[in-house]
Design a protein around this ligand. Structure first.
Ligand code: RIB
Ligand code: CA
Length: 310
């Protein structure tokens, strides 16, 4: 089976880091490039973290391209309360021995997607600033598929109304959903059922060098989630769900929907209004939305693939 070429546009971040490692550990996908965006932390740190994680996984050959350092319009807000000062607090990860490419992330995305005649699955797991810039600057560039971590049908996590990635740059997100591509939204409704427990973490801790680092990432990441989400049985693996969905589409249930982003600037700005019941939008879905996931099989996939990295 030919692996699916993917590009992660990410803001590492603990869960982005695990999504990167899942991708390089999985023969079903080929991680051809990584682009970075400011989100969980600043662009300097998300870029540095992407380089460090690829090096940890023995894949410094995968090129990293630095992207947008702030949202289109909204003031920048980072999530250091979740990911710490470095954006990857927990393990003692050495600085990278490689550096990012000189080409800007958006220009790389345009170049790579054109060169592959669109046969690339784009997986944004941070604010959508780079992706919206791509479509604005290069309207001819059409990736065959885009699987976004962001949004929610129900409650948010950055505010009661909005999930962080969409909230951070709602205008960019709206631009992406209006693009009419084969788009799948992986929101909190699903990722809050995609949980890594302490037991999963302990299995990875004993599985080798990479597993130990991932366990230390989870130790830090779980600290926030145990206090903020005591109702969850583990820590939500937001970004890895996107990669897992490409690896094994049977894991997640999706429905057609019309997704609209609240860019009003009011208390609900950044909210994804997901019409999957045809209330206002009949027969004109602009995306698929994740509505359920087999959480046990997902967690086993994470433990198995991270443990395989040795
Ligand atoms: O709301 C969760 C999302 O925001 C994840 O992608 C996390 O890494 C942060 O970017
Ligand atoms: Ca992220």
């Amino acid at each position: 089976m030919t692996p699916t070429p993917i590009i992660l546009d990410c803001d590492p971040g603990h869960d982005d880091a695990i999504a990167l490692l899942l991708a390089i550990a999985s023969p079903e996908v080929e991680l051809i490039g990584v682009t970075t965006v400011a989100g969980n932390t600043t662009i300097d740190k998300t870029t540095n973290n992407a380089l460090r994680i690829l090096e940890l996984g023995g894949r410094s050959d995968i090129p990293v391209y630095r992207g947008a350092d702030k949202p289109f319009i909204r003031p920048q807000d980072i999530a250091d309360h979740v990911h710490g000062e470095s954006g990857l607090d927990g393990p003692d990860l050495p600085p990278p021995s490689t550096r990012e490419q000189d080409l800007h992330a958006v220009d790389y995305l345009a170049q790579e997607i054109r060169a592959r005649d669109g046969k690339v699955t784009l997986i944004p797991t941070g604010p959508l600033t780079n992706i919206a810039l791509l479509f604005a600057l290069h309207p001819d560039v059409r990736p065959e598929r885009i699987v976004i971590m962001g949004g929610s049908i129900g409650e948010g996590n950055r505010t009661p109304a909005a999930e962080f990635n969409i909230w951070a740059d709602p205008e960019a997100a709206q631009r992406v959903f209006l693009e009419g591509l084969d788009t799948t939204m992986v929101g909190l409704d699903v990722t809050h059922r995609a949980l890594i427990t302490d037991a999963h973490t302990e299995r990875m801790r004993g599985a080798g060098r990479v597993g130990k680092v991932v366990a230390e990432l989870m130790d830090f990441y779980a600290r926030f989630h145990k206090s903020r989400y005591p109702d969850l049985a583990g820590s939500p693996m937001h970004d890895p769900v996107c990669v897992a969905h490409v690896i094994d589409p049977s894991l997640m249930t999706v429905l057609d929907a019309f997704i609209d982003v609240d860019c009003s600037g009011g208390p609900s700005w950044g909210r994804t209004n997901v019409d999957w019941r045809g209330r206002e939008h009949f027969g004109d879905p602009n995306a698929k939305v994740g509505v359920d996931i087999d959480g046990d099989r997902f967690a086993e996939l994470i433990v198995e693939r991270i443990s395989s990295l040795g």
